[in-house]
Design a binder for this molecule. Structure first.
Ligand code: ADP
Length: 404
């Protein structure tokens, strides 16, 4: 069964075509700078076990033109990816915000589109772009099932004490202000991978999952259900990130508004784009932060310390939320590739039953790695995430439900 996964940004289309039954990627790519004269399309496809890459300069006036060209490349007989459009039985769309309406992947119809539109105030940059992808894919694949997979859905199981902010209740009711959480597809994917790896049912496992990429979040997952997560109404809350501050005393905003004469937009820009690792040491890429720290740069060393300490605090918090933890699960760019961050985040947590084996932690391997000591009560695992595969799997599940 072939499923196309589409992730639309305001000027980009990221895509992957899967053979889901075989967990195989048949083609993937990225169209960038849509709407500008110098759009670029990078397309990769597999031919007899070998990956072929082509880069095209183009001029895509809009997402429709971009996706049309992608479809042409998928259908190109020389590439041999698919022989007709109808081979693609479903299209899975990443949708950032499903508010409190969407708890699971959902087959798209006009009502669903209206409901995603209603969530735009909660994600004004992302949801309109995701909707554009949906509209365009419906035009180009009129016979395929279209499924929306939401970043927020996995966190809809958060109990009220974890999702409500202590502000006047009417504001929660009026604006739906609450903790939503993001990266849900990744937290869900690695949770299931861990259950398979440990050969135990997910319903019996208590996990703390750590998605540490440019954006970073953690989740407390009890028996497969998320009970807490670090991101909030927006992806700005929680951990320190590449350019985002994460948790901060709200009064800092009031202080800066007053003393630096900053508007709401200025503050939004400051906390989302000029804070985090970038704000602390001038670079947002963890590889550069580590290189600078190792070369003796004190600011970079401090940034590493703040970054790792925040993670450690949440490991403690989520140990309390879960009561018992079976495994810590590190994933995404930093989680999978930065042993130093894993080591520092877990330093001194022997009292919580968490012990990293430094040697195992420094090795590199494909797939899932166990990096805890043999005696560690809590397993520490490194699990590669695959959000697109998860979207494809969820799309398949929703399609199967529909067709019975
Ligand atoms: P995104 O949120 O954009 O999907 P990724 O999951 O790709 O992000 O993670 C990007 C982050 O991972 C960057 O901070 C990058 O520096 C970091 N990273 C990637 N490889 C390494 C590495 N080998 N060592 C340390 N950090 C790494």
């Amino acid at each position: 069964m072939k499923i196309l996964v589409v992730n639309c940004g305001s000027s980009s289309i990221k895509y992957k075509l899967f053979d889901v039954t075989q967990r195989k990627v048949l083609a993937s790519g990225l169209a960038e700078r849509i709407g500008e004269p110098d759009s670029i399309l990078t397309h990769k496809h597999m031919t007899v076990g070998e990956e072929k890459k082509q880069v095209e300069k183009n001029r895509f006036a809009d997402h429709l033109e971009g996706l049309q060209r992608i479809v042409d490349l998928l259908l190109d007989p020389e590439n041999g990816t698919v022989s007709s459009r109808s081979e693609i039985s479903a299209v899975g769309h990443r949708v950032v915000h499903g508010g409190d309406t969407f708890h699971q992947p959902t087959l798209i119809d006009d009502q669903v589109i209206a409901d995603i539109e209603a969530c735009i105030p909660l994600a004004p940059l992302h949801n309109p772009a995701n909707l554009m992808g949906i509209q365009v894919a419906r035009k180009l694949f009129p016979n395929a099932l279209q499924v929306a997979v939401f970043d927020t859905a996995f966190h809809q199981t958060l109990p009220v004490e974890a999702h409500l902010y202590a502000i006047p209740f009417e504001l929660h009711q009026k604006y739906k202000i609450r903790r939503y959480g993001f990266h849900g597809t990744s937290h869900a994917f690695v949770s299931e991978e861990v259950a398979v790896h440990l050969k135990r049912p997910l319903t019996e496992l208590n996990l703390i999952t750590l998605h540490l990429g440019n954006g970073a979040s953690m989740a407390a997952v009890a028996g497969g259900r998320c009970i807490d997560t670090t991101m909030g109404l927006t992806p700005l809350a929680g951990l320190v990130m590449g350019t985002r501050s994460g948790d901060i005393d709200p009064s800092v905003l009031l202080f800066l508004a007053k003393h630096e004469n900053l508007s709401a937009e200025d503050l939004d820009d400051l906390l989302n784009k000029r804070s985090g690792l970038q704000g602390l040491c001038g670079v947002n890429d963890m590889r550069e932060v580590i290189a600078k720290a190792e070369a003796g740069d004190q600011q970079a060393e401090t940034a590493m310390a703040v970054f790792s300490y925040r993670i450690k605090q949440y490991i403690g918090a989520y140990t309390a939320s879960l009561g018992r933890v079976d495994a810590l699960v590190f994933t995404a760019g930093i989680g999978e590739n930065a042993p130093l961050v894993r080591e520092r985040a877990c330093q001194g947590l022997e009292g919580l039953g968490i012990e990293i084996d430094r040697q195992k932690n420094r090795q590199r391997a494909e797939g899932i790695m166990e990096v805890s000591t043999v005696g560690s009560r809590v397993k520490v695992l490194v699990v590669p995430t695959n959000e697109e595969l998860r979207i494809a799997q969820e799309t398949l599940r929703a399609a199967e439900k529909k067709t019975g």
